[in-house]
Unconditional design. Sequence first.
Length: 835
Amino acid sequence: KEKLEDSTPKQLSQSEDARTGLSVEALKKAIFNNLFYVQGKYPEIATRNDYYMSLAYAVRDRLLQRWVASVKQYLDGRHRIVSYLSAEYLLGPHLANNLINLGIYKEVEQATQELGINLQWLLDKEVEPGLGNGGLGRLAACYMDSLATLEVPAIGYGIRYQFGIFEQEIRNGWQVEDTDNWLRRGNPWEIARRELNYEVKLGGYVQHYIDRDGKFRSNWIPELTVKGVAYDTPILGYKVNTTNTLRLWKSEAPKSFDFQSFNSGNYNNAVNQKIVCENISKVLYPNDETVSGKILRLQQQYFFVSCSLQDMIGIHLRQGDKIEDFNVNFAIQLNDTHPAIAIAEMMRLLVDEYDLEWVDAWRVTTRTFAYTNHTLLPEALETWDLELFGSVLPRHLELIYEINRRFLDEVTIKVFGNNNKINSLSIIGEGPRKFIKMANLACAGSFAINGVAALHTDLLKSTVLKDWYALCPEKFSNKTNGVTPRRWLVLSNPKLTSLISSKIGESWIKHLEELKQLEAFADDPEFQLAWMGVKYEMKKILCNRILNKTGIKINPDSLFDVHVKRIHEYKRQHLNILHVIALYNRIKKNPDIEIVPRTFIYAGKAAPGYKMAKLIIKLINSVGEIVNNDPDVRDRLKVVFYPNYNVSNAQVIYPAADLSIQISTAGKEASGTGNMKLSMNGALTIGTLDGANVEIREVVGEENFFLFGLTAEEVAKKKKEGYNPYGYYLENEELKMAIDQIASGYFSHLDDTIFKDLVDNLLYHDPFMVLADFTSYVTCQEKAALAFQDKKSWAKMSILNTARMGKFSSDRSIREYCDDIWKVKSVSVHLDVKD
Ligand code: GPQ
């Protein structure tokens, strides 16, 4: 402890403020001060959390300085602002990312070391905000990073869920869910803006009347009013001052709401109402790409959208601008249809609250919104039962009828009264029960519509949104997804980062195309050795993690075959496990067979209500139990299910991957983004021609990509002609044996009931054509194994994968959104240097 006092700075230099200085001395001082004055502790009794908090607040001070400067600059300069509406943000831990973006990672490492604490020990303490399910939420987080890095004025709006995505445990091979109480120890990265709050109405009915001026008016009398309170998280760009805002809404009971029941002695009722209000932002729905049609989910969507629009209008009007010019100051991006109710809410605000004429309101609305579609899966296209919708949003139901009436009037002329087309474009679906089609509301109310990979956008145009494309082709464009190299390379893989920078400097971090310069070293034996050396170190780190978490010992020399993402039938984790079983059987048949040692690493969560996905997890673990413990295997195959896949765990897994498994049924994965992160970290892809795989293969070169499987076209054709999975089962002996084993209980202690549903589904339905692609997959995996044996050529392919990933930086995606859709320009932020 003496050491602590000795190293405490006595005097800071003139320009170094303890709350803003970036030197080691200033940072030390700041951490030390926070320990006393924020945590109220002294070193002898401080916990790891106290130190984590002290450092986090020290970093936050530096963010706030930049944040205040950014806000001031945006408001003073009257700049156009992008507003990103998303029900999910899967941010991952803040601390390390902020250190990197501030450019003070090394300084803080030294400062903490001199204080006698280990930085990694503190970083590992952070509980990540898991406010998203998977790809869609993580994309929003990458885009927030790129917006700030590109110095674009932007606000992200969403929900401050008290419980994020559940924590996954594996018990006896099954997924068990636990609540994610991420706020338990407090959150130093947010600032509650109690004064920034809006009321949101729910339920009730609408009164209509004619006012004194003879104008037709609507008055929504709600059943319930809730309050949304803003919680702001600063989002700093990489080595710039720009610090944007992520504004998440927490629902509460309005202050005055319970007086009546309370005064009349009905205390229980008052408390119940409070709970009803707070429930709205209580928990993230854990369904990925499925709609549940639950009232609470609709309430969540409307709640955050209404708060966000009220907030934006407030900002707009405070500038002294007219409401009719809202679209001049704001471009609003809808992250899928989850926030699409914003289109009706905008109309309500403009018409009911700001007295605009319908046509004027519609003009403003349709010049404001742009819509990104993220899926082609029919079960993910959101619809709401009309009656349910009306019970929550009675006024919006009227507005949607009116939007639809006017829209269909126009359309009818354009499609010459073709009823099929009118039905397909209508926002209201007819059937035994009527329903609202949110994708159609989004298309009708937006000036731009985009898909998230070239193939996806093409398929949108030719299938799901075909009639929309015919109606308004000019609205459509593709914006291939991207990921931030700051988190997914610099932060996750510091050793590879140093190696790259030692050859080509550091500017690739902001200009990822510059990785191209690595091509010059792809054949250099020394560089190849260093490259594979880093890979080996990262594999060893993952080995330790896996040993700690699962007790499974794996061999870092084996081929790491990595399949990490949400568990979904369309993503085909079961195709992968069938391959594992086939290899296992080859060994059983011939124990001395020459086989490339492999470790199959799986990770991912299944939606708690998705039976088949949960069964796939159990199957992976059951196969693992047999394979991992069979002496005949002699450790040549290992199967690992890494529990609780999240951003932190992904950061350890990606750098250690040799082979990236991207094997969705062609035409089903809109883009994928894990595929980009893995390839960026030097993994080779084995994949179908699906989503962004197509473009990854294009840029890395077909010789550096393992392609297999049916194409989207072939899949569609087969389905049309009548697909018979049973034929494939009979045809391929290895496949038949694997399925028979699963069915007979070979992997489940002779229990032949557990996997019955899964087996029957594959044999008699196989909606994702696992059996049709099996042979092609196994053959392709043989090629991959062979390639892995040639260390030099593998190293070359790995280097070339990283070198050619420039296109997949989220900076490129965001630039395209800015130029083609949002029409926003960057604004550089300067710090007011104060002495
Ligand atoms: N995606 Cl619609 C999700 O993660 N959740 C969703 O609800 C929907 C889409 C994913 C999609 O499956 C991936 O292919 C994309 O890469 C990702 O969105 C981001 O666009």
